[in-house]
Design a protein around this ligand. Structure first.
Ligand SMILES: N[C@@H](CCC[C@H](N)C(=O)O)C(=O)O
Length: 282
């Protein structure tokens, strides 16, 4: 599937006790026809009252706590299968809600943001994570500096720029920033330009996946970080290379993410041979 242009594999593991191993994820991603950003593995529910347990695997084989675009793909998959629109999921980060609207757009409630340095987590104490000390480039003329940091289940840093987000070599800076010692669990790195109180342009280097067409949790982080630094209001359209997402930070502190999700093809994966059999195109 794709969630606004990024490649998502939705793996149906219901009725099994299997999970996607790190080695299997790397092997699947090494095949050009099955490159992905994340695998969303759907499991049977573990907690009463939830629809399914969802496991999230990055293309480098690491586990992620949250994935906004992938969750929309999961909602789309289950709503096409079951004819119902509302779902309650459990992930390692907690309980999430997802809903498909009449117009086909999908909204996921991504839960509440966390700002304390130890919750993000950061390696050292910062009293105020709206602006942390981190920069790249010459000390007296940094190229990127003073990002806002937060967690929306997974760790994010949003760097603010006034000019074109495309003029920054994110493919070069991304790996350095993702793996900077200030982020003990690594981090997703966004470069954001606020163009109006309700509009943000965003590019993202994803932890464990690299440059992406779209990252839902980074869009949530950009809006929340923009609102808490008074750059925007609490609702904005976030434009990523793959298209637009609408993010809202509600009065009850939850953050919602709305956007599309599309099928590309369905198939069966044989873990022994590593081969896919395509059964149905979108
Ligand atoms: N593509 C995602 C985020 C996926 C997880 C991320 N790479 C991480 O490791 O935290 C999204 O749409 O939110």
């Amino acid at each position: 599937m794709n969630g606004l242009g990024n490649q998502i594999i939705v793996a149906d593991l219901r009725g099994t006790t299997q999970s996607v191993t790190s080695a299997a994820a790397i092997a699947i991603n090494n095949r050009p026809e099955t490159r992905f950003d994340q695998i969303m593995a759907i499991h049977d529910p573990r907690t009463p009252g939830t629809t399914n347990y969802i496991e999230i695997i990055n293309s480098d084989g690491s586990l992620a706590q949250a994935c906004g675009n992938g969750m929309r793909c999961v909602v789309q998959t289950l709503s096409a299968e079951q004819g119902r629109q509302r779902f309650t999921f459990e992930t390692v980060a907690g309980i999430l809600f997802g809903e498909e609207a009449e117009n086909g757009l999908i909204t996921v409630d991504m839960g509440t943001p966390k700002f304390a340095w130890y919750d993000i987590p950061l390696a050292e104490e910062f009293a105020d994570t709206r602006q942390i000390e981190l920069q790249i480039g010459p000390i007296d003329a940094p190229i990127l500096h003073s990002p806002s940091a937060m967690s929306i289940g997974n760790p994010h840093a949003t760097f603010w720029v006034k000019d074109d987000v495309w003029s920054y070599a994110l493919d070069r800076f991304g790996p350095m920033l993702e793996n900077h010692p200030i982020f003990p669990e690594r981090a997703n790195i966004g470069i954001a330009q606020v163009t109006a109180p309700d509009r943000i342009i965003l590019r993202v280097w994803e932890r464990g996946a690299g440059l992406t067409e779209a990252c839902g949790t980074a869009a949530c982080a950009a809006l929340v970080n923009a609102a808490r630094t008074r750059r925007t209001g609490r609702k904005a359209t976030v434009t990523l290379p793959g298209g637009d997402l609408v993010v809202e930070w509600l009065d009850n502190d939850h953050v919602t993410l709305t956007g599309p999700a599309e099928f590309e093809w369905r198939g069966m994966f044989d873990p022994t041979s590593g081969a896919w059999t395509r059964s149905e195109a979108a």
